[in-house]
Design a protein around this ligand. Structure first.
Ligand SMILES: Nc1ncnc2c1ncn2[C@@H]1O[C@H](COP(=O)(O)OP(=O)(O)OP(=O)(O)O)[C@@H](O)[C@H]1O
Ligand SMILES: [Mg+2]
Length: 475
């Protein structure tokens, strides 16, 4: 996919990949999909939002500076925004969170779309998602030189975990929230397409003959597989003419779509638990010989679960009691867990685990030293490649299960496999796919841009191409 230089010719109806880890926006240009720059010249916007707390209005400033500080700490997100707080997104939000750790910080809001949570939390997430979608619309509109209102949004096959549960309710909840947030953000006409189907349409552009393809999209929060009959148009139309034909229904070519709520974020959580938490006392023993209770450690790293985070917030007395049952040397380490709790750095810890994962995925036999300075000056945790292999195991098993399901649903075998999504960069997953389908060629796709490219093409077909003669010339 090419990259747009702003302002952008022909951006009119766009595809929006609202990803768990990264967001992208693209439009269908005359020579193929074009990604819009979302942050500086980068096409990806990490799915991260930071909103600073605001000083209370002058009229209510009675009492000491400490009272004012406490009032800010009690402030809700809605109150901060009402007081004019400016949200930051992506890399800028990550930097803002470093400078201002007291502000509101949200990562991967897509992970919460399907959660069955109370209306107060739900309204809060809707607000965050709205902020992100409004930002994407702002960037896209600026690139197009006009206010954009129509988009094809990607959606995973299943927003929630399908294992042993009915995914329909979770999907309905997630889509309702996404739709409401999109509307609030000014996207007036929105259609949805399965993310792996969009990736399939992008892959199809490179195919010279019709073949059955298995598409595997392993992202930050969800993993999806589609089996599809892809290739040049059987009726001989050009790709562009076919794409623009509203009657060209590809339903019959999509042989199977399956997916589950598992992705790179789960690997990070598992690696934070097994690789970093030992530095905070996990695995040590109390004087009685019993292990230090592991529950607060697993709650702490479960950063995409509202109940787990609430449980960790309440764990102070339990951690203190455990410290009293430990020898001094052990208690000193367990107290680091209390520092983590008090300082609200769980999300940061999991982000440190993600960095270790990225470093280890390039050097399979290595060990990395993870800097945990924010917990204690000089604290470092060694994380070996074997830990990553174990942390990625549930994702590998999920990929294998989803591929088996897709093959059964399609009742045929693939002639080619297309791998996309950031997590598909992990060699362990690529090897697993090759082992499962020996002899089938595996094509590594554009890990981050494939889904949005397909969504842009879908948007063009659904909403029609931009009328000729109305293209805003690039400056
Ligand atoms: N080299 C790598 N090895 C392993 N994982 C990686 C690598 N590079 C990126 N990732 C992981 O890929 C994930 C992000 O991928 P991607 O941007 O495709 O997700 P997304 O589209 O935002 O999420 P989703 O599609 O699930 O909503 C993150 O978990 C990131 O840590
Ligand atoms: Mg994705």
């Amino acid at each position: 996919m090419t990259r747009a230089r702003q302002p952008t010719e022909g951006a009119h109806r766009v595809g929006v990949d609202f990803g768990t880890s990264n967001c992208l926006v693209a439009f269908a240009g005359p020579d193929g999909p074009v990604a819009i720059a979302l942050e500086a010249d980068k096409p990806t916007l990490p799915s991260v939002v930071h909103v600073p707390r605001m000083p209370p209005p002058a009229a209510s400033l009675v009492g000491t500076p400490l009272d004012a500080y406490e009032a800010m700490q009690r402030q809700s997100l809605a109150e901060a925004l009402a007081l004019g707080a400016q949200a930051r997104f992506g890399r800028a939000a990550l930097a803002a969170a470093q400078d201002d750790p007291d502000g509101f910080f949200f990562r991967s809001p897509k992970s919460f779309l399907a959660a069955d949570i109370d209306p107060v939390h739900r309204a809060r997430f809707q607000r965050i998602v709205t902020l992100m979608l409004a930002r994407l619309r702002e960037c896209a509109s600026e690139a197009a030189g006009e206010s954009l209102t129509q988009a094809c949004f990607g959606r995973p096959v299943n927003f929630g975990s399908g294992i042993g549960r009915d995914p329909h309710q979770a999907n309905a909840r997630a889509l309702a929230l996404l739709q409401a947030a999109a509307r609030d953000a000014g996207w007036q006409e929105v259609i949805f397409e399965f993310e792996p189907v969009a990736a399939a349409l992008d892959f199809e552009r490179s195919l010279q003959r019709r073949q059955v393809a298995l598409i595997v999209d392993a992202g930050g929060g969800t993993t999806d597989c589609t089996m599809a009959l892809l290739g040049p148009d059987p009726h001989g139309r050009s790709r562009r003419a076919r794409r623009r034909d509203p009657a060209d229904d590809r339903t019959e070519d999509i042989l199977a779509s399956v997916g589950d709520r598992v992705g790179g974020n789960d690997v990070d959580t598992a690696l934070a638990f097994a690789g970093l938490m030992p530095a905070l006392g996990l695995g040590l023993r109390e004087r009685s010989g019993l292990p230090v209770p592991p529950q607060p450690y697993s709650d702490a790293v479960d950063v995409f679960s509202v109940p787990a985070q609430a449980a960790f917030l309440r764990a102070g007395p339990a951690i203190a009691a455990s410290c009293r049952r430990c020898d001094d040397a052990v208690a000193r380490q367990v107290r680091r867990l209390e520092t983590l709790r008090e300082s609200g750095q769980s999300l940061w810890l999991v982000t440190r685990a993600e960095s270790a994962k990225l470093a280890l995925s390039e050097r399979a036999d290595a060990e990395v030293l993870v800097d945990l300075e924010r917990i204690e000056p000089g604290l470092r945790a060694p994380v070996g490649a074997d830990r990553l292999v174990r942390a990625i195991e549930p994702l590998r098993l999920a990929v294998e299960r989803l591929i088996a399901e897709a093959l059964t649903q399609a009742a045929t075998a693939p002639e080619v496999v297309y791998l996309t999504g950031g997590s598909a960069r992990a060699a362990v997953l690529q090897d697993a796919v090759r082992r499962l389908l020996p002899g089938v060629p595996v094509v590594m796709g554009d890990a981050f841009g494939s889904v949005v490219a397909g969504l842009a093409m879908r948007a063009e077909r659904a909403f029609g191409p931009r009328p000729d003669g109305q293209v805003r010339p690039a400056r």
